[in-house]
Write a protein of this length. Structure first.
Length: 129
């Protein structure tokens, strides 16, 4: 019986050891990083994403400004609305516009017309008598 008891106590110790390690892991997962650190990392990631996509968005705005003779705010508004209508991120749409313009064989012979509701303010003012 002593052998059985010592084996039983060894199993209890192993079980307690595994249980303690499991509890420590659970506590780390539950507590995680401090809220402040999570918010800091999240804000940093958003800023980094903006810095990564800003050049292509600015290029697309410039293209739209040249094609539609509008101000930067109006060009971004056109880009934003088109992105919402197509359910595509602004940066993805901007990259497509830049790619289309910079490709050796343009896909469109002329710029596509804007629907009346989407014309920039400057264009709608020129259309008035």
């Amino acid at each position: 019986m002593n052998a059985a008891q010592s084996e039983f106590h060894a199993q209890v110790r192993r079980f307690e050891d595994v249980r303690a390690r499991l509890q420590a892991t659970f506590d780390q997962v539950r507590n995680g990083r401090p809220q402040r650190q999570i918010l800091h990392d999240s804000a940093y990631a958003r800023l980094q994403a903006q810095l990564d996509t800003m050049p292509v968005i600015e290029q697309a705005k410039g293209i739209l400004m040249a094609q539609y003779r509008c101000r930067p705010e109006e060009a971004f508004d056109l880009l934003r609305r088109a992105s919402q209508r197509a359910n595509v991120k602004v940066s993805v749409l901007a990259a497509q516009i830049v790619e289309q313009i910079s490709s050796p064989e343009p896909r469109f012979a002329a710029r596509p017309p804007l629907p009346t509701s989407e014309r920039p303010l400057a264009a709608s003012r020129r259309d008035r008598p």
